[in-house]
Design a protein around this ligand. Structure first.
Ligand SMILES: C[S@@+](CC[C@H](N)C(=O)[O-])C[C@H]1O[C@@H](n2cnc3c(N)ncnc32)[C@H](O)[C@@H]1O
Length: 281
């Protein structure tokens, strides 16, 4: 665990001023008297989140402020020591933001991809960093987390890993605790259908599944996960990873044992993906 806490003057900043410091930390690790984690090179940033530089932080800021607003409105404000987990933390884009609110000791990030955790350590990410194993347990005690988030992770999981990990997240979340995540909504299938035949990169991988879209739409409308095995091999094999549109009906059916739905935002003007906020029963 990297027990780096920020000076009190920084922890007292409002969220907008905090975003400004994080943006400055793209250019220098020493900002306002504190040492910030480094950033991966631009190509590595893009590999994880499809973009690099300031836009990655602006995108994260919208989710950060929504999660903080909802948590406060639900009587669970993020504060010093609130146990916080980022499931599928990648290079620690969100851990940087929540560092100010909960402090290094309460900050937890985990990822199934070992390179992500190694990278976070190399970058000097504060907090507790844990590697996960497919079909394994989260390395945290029952009911130990106040807030769990997962951005652009359940958008990649087929049904079995999805159900495995949500059961684990439910296990580690305290009663009344909050889980906020992104899901691909139905419009994601329209997006794939509209991709040009010469699309490249991630879009090219999606475009290869173009002919399956009518079936996937029927699947989605019946309340099932519409999954495309667009990921590749190894950790990204189709049984573990790809692209997935998840209807709310699926969440209602399979999550209601543990969670109550509190908010669902499907607004492309605000978020690329849909945002779901649930509360542990
Ligand atoms: C698109 S990236 C998003 C990274 C980070 N959440 C962000 O938004 O900056 C997806 C991340 O989920 C991780 N991941 C994929 N499948 C996972 C799983 N089953 N358990 C945990 N992490 C997983 C990947 O290794 C990767 O770091």
């Amino acid at each position: 665990m990297r027990d780096q806490d920020l000076p009190p003057a920084i922890r007292a900043l409002d969220d907008r001023a905090w975003l400004d410091l994080l943006l400055q930390s793209l250019g220098s690790r020493e900002v306002a008297g504190a040492t910030f984690p480094a950033f991966p090179d631009a190509e590595t940033q893009r590999r994880f989140v499809g973009a690099d530089g300031p836009s990655t932080l602006h995108e994260a800021f919208s989710f950060y402020t929504l999660l903080k607003d909802r948590a406060a409105a639900m009587g669970r404000p993020l504060e010093d020591g609130s146990a916080f987990l980022d499931f599928g933390c990648g290079w620690g884009r969100f851990l940087r933001f929540f560092w100010k609110d909960v402090g290094a000791r309460a900050l937890h990030g985990c990822d199934v991809w070992p390179q992500a955790i190694e990278l976070c350590r190399e970058l000097g990410m504060p907090g507790n960093l844990d590697r996960l194993y497919h079909w394994g347990r989260l390395p945290y005690a029952d009911a130990s987390m106040d807030i769990v988030m997962s951005y652009s992770v359940f958008t990649h999981l087929p049904e079995e890993p999805h159900r495995h990990w949500v059961a684990e997240i439910a296990r580690v979340t305290r009663p009344g605790g909050i889980f906020a995540l992104t899901l691909e909504p139905r419009r994601f299938l329209d997006f794939i259908e509209a991709l040009p035949a010469d699309a490249t990169g991630w879009e090219g991988d999606l475009r290869r599944h173009h002919a399956a879209i009518p079936d996937l739409r029927r699947h989605y409308d019946s309340g099932a996960i519409a999954f495309l095995p667009s990921g590749g091999a190894g950790d990204f094999a189709g049984t573990l990873y790809g692209d997935a549109a998840v209807p709310l009906a699926f969440i209602e059916r399979h999550w209601s044992e543990w969670f109550t739905i509190r908010d669902y935002v499907d607004d492309p003007g605000r978020f690329f993906q849909a945002v779901l906020v649930v509360q542990r029963k």
